[in-house]
Write a protein that binds this ligand. Structure first.
Ligand SMILES: Cc1cc2nc3c(=O)[nH]c(=O)nc-3n(C[C@H](O)[C@H](O)[C@H](O)COP(=O)(O)OP(=O)(O)OC[C@H]3O[C@@H](n4cnc5c(N)ncnc54)[C@H](O)[C@@H]3O)c2cc1C
Length: 479
């Protein structure tokens, strides 16, 4: 076996467990040079958002530490990978390059260019699937087309047979005789400084593979048993909160899938609860399938009839939404959870999305961009597919005319108002009867709770019933 090294180009796969490209590099018997490239050049509008950068800093730190225990060193570089990878190959004399595949259009373009160039130079290139259960081109309708509706997609996915086994952890990588120079992570300025708007993230999140595995373990021991019943309750800690770990590839969907299956088989997680969770993992697969096959979805509605929909351009309303000052407590709680923790409960994501699009009449792309910048789990496939779903213009979307009433949604899913009280503390002393609609509270109740509407907490910025009618009439114009 040649002693010439191989490059392992890490991207959204910062882990040692079930990492097919890392495994293949290790098994090649070559010394392995691990590289991570911060690419702000090729993604265009999909450049990594600010909250994700916070996560990335900590995730890379955790990965570097884990690599050190295996006597490895992570090489960090920043620029267009089309320049970096060939230059590193030349500098190190590498004869092989390994990576796990990515699926967004700008990513596949870059990867194909690099692969073609390397092959021309007789460099061996090995690419693997480390991100999804199935490739986005694998699950097809009977006529050979990609699916556009979730339920048949999910049925077809289940008919694919068993998901492949998770690969064992890589415990050792053969060290190269010389490691190329690396950027200093601190020089990448991934963390906010003044002001440190991400100071609320640390107490809630621990990025890195070990933390991802611990989160999965703890959730399986606890809330998983009631997942289907509690997953819509933002006031209860019922979901797995694995989304940023899955996004950064600190844990693989294959690992998660088998862990949940095993818990179902052992009877520690009831079938109904576990199967519902597996179907959510399948929604992630469906989003990737959609975007891979409809790459224009990033900025164009999938349903053409929405192309000329008239959106409102209302800067004040948009800012009130972003800052959690709409006067609708559940919307404000969600937007403030997003700002302070970099994450929002799924049910509330749907409520705030519907409010932006249907109550405020603002373009779903504004919401998508805000989420992109503020979510630690911001994922190009999930974020895009889900915003189009809420707007009613995507595949298998909620119909535009189904408009969430933010007050009744809050009454149903945050019945005691605990979620609202946590994130909108100025309302914490309001009795349950008025917590979902403070504007309906009598003056003496407001006074006793220390609330002056329009001063300590906003009046509703729009009237939901009126906005609903307006949204429906604009929808009728394009129907
Ligand atoms: C407007 C909007 C924007 C969204 N943007 C993103 C995003 O950028 N990144 C992201 O990962 N999810 C996004 N979602 C989907 C969903 O809200 C999150 O995946 C979920 O809240 C993450 O929390 P969890 O890990 O506790 O989920 P769990 O309920 O524990 O689900 C487990 C995993 O399944 C996947 N999943 C769950 N729900 C969905 C869904 N509806 N669509 C696709 N995958 C799903 C996620 O990977 C999640 O981690 C968005 C939803 C909406 C309505």
């Amino acid at each position: 076996m040649t002693n010439k090294p191989a490059l392992l180009w890490l991207r959204e796969d910062l882990r040692f467990d079930d990492n097919p490209a890392m495994r293949a590099a290790a098994e090649s018997g070559r010394p392995v040079i691990c590289v991570y490239i911060l690419d702000d050049d090729t993604p265009g509008d999909q450049k990594m958002g600010a909250a994700q950068r916070w996560w990335l800093h900590h995730s890379l730190t955790a990965f570097k530490d884990d690599l050190k225990t295996r006597d490895g060193k992570l090489v960090l570089r920043r620029a267009d990978p089309r320049a970096i990878i060939p230059a590193l190959v030349e500098e190190t004399g590498a004869e092989a390059v390994f990576w796990n595949r990515r699926y967004m259009p700008w990513q596949t373009e870059v990867d194909s260019d690099i692969k073609a160039g390397l092959k021309d130079d007789d460099i061996e290139v090995t690419t693997c699937n480390g991100r999804l259960l199935y490739e986005p081109w694998e699950i097809k309708t009977k006529s050979g087309d990609p699916y556009r509706v979730f339920t048949p997609f999910w049925k077809s996915m289940q008919a694919m047979g068993d998901v492949r086994d998770a690969l064992p952890r890589v415990d050792a990588l053969k060290a190269p005789s010389k490691t190329p120079s690396t950027d200093r992570l601190s020089d990448w300025d991934l963390l906010p400084t003044k002001p440190d708007w991400a100071k609320g993230f640390g107490p809630v999140w621990t990025p890195g593979e070990k933390a991802a595995r611990a989160r999965l373990r703890n959730w399986l021991k606890g809330a998983a048993a009631d997942y289907a019943d509690l997953r819509n309750r933002p006031d209860r800690d019922g979901t797995s909160r694995l989304s940023p770990h899955l996004h950064f590839g600190e844990i693989s969907p294959v690992t998660v899938w088998h862990a949940v299956k095993e818990a179902i088989d052992k009877g520690t997680v009831p079938h109904k609860q576990g199967d519902t969770y597996l179907s959510e993992i399948a929604w992630r697969e469906f989003s990737y399938e959609l975007i891979y096959n409809n790459p224009k979805m990033f900025d164009e509605p999938l349903q053409e009839k929405f192309a000329n929909f008239e959106w409102h351009k209302d800067k004040n309303a948009l800012e009130a939404w972003q800052q959690g000052k709409t006067g609708y407590p559940i919307v404000d709680a969600g937007m403030r959870q997003l700002w302070t923790e970099g994450w929002m409960h799924n049910r509330v994501r749907m409520i705030v999305g519907s409010f932006l699009i249907k109550d405020l009449g603002i373009d779903w792309r504004e919401g998508m961009a805000w989420f992109w910048d503020t979510l630690v789990d911001a994922d190009p496939a999930n974020n895009t597919a889900q915003w189009q779903w809420v707007a009613g213009c995507g595949a298998d979307a909620q119909p535009f005319f189904r408009i969430f009433n933010p007050t009744s949604q809050a009454e149903k899913f945050d019945p005691e108002g605990d979620y609202i009280r946590k994130y909108v503390p100025e309302l914490k002393d309001l009795p349950k009867k008025y917590i979902h609609a403070p504007e309906k509270a009598p003056d003496e109740v407001l006074e006793k709770a220390g609330i002056t509407l329009g001063d300590t907490y906003p009046e509703p910025i729009v009237d939901h019933a009126k906005q609903r009618e307006e949204a429906l009439s604009r929808y009728n114009d394009i129907k």
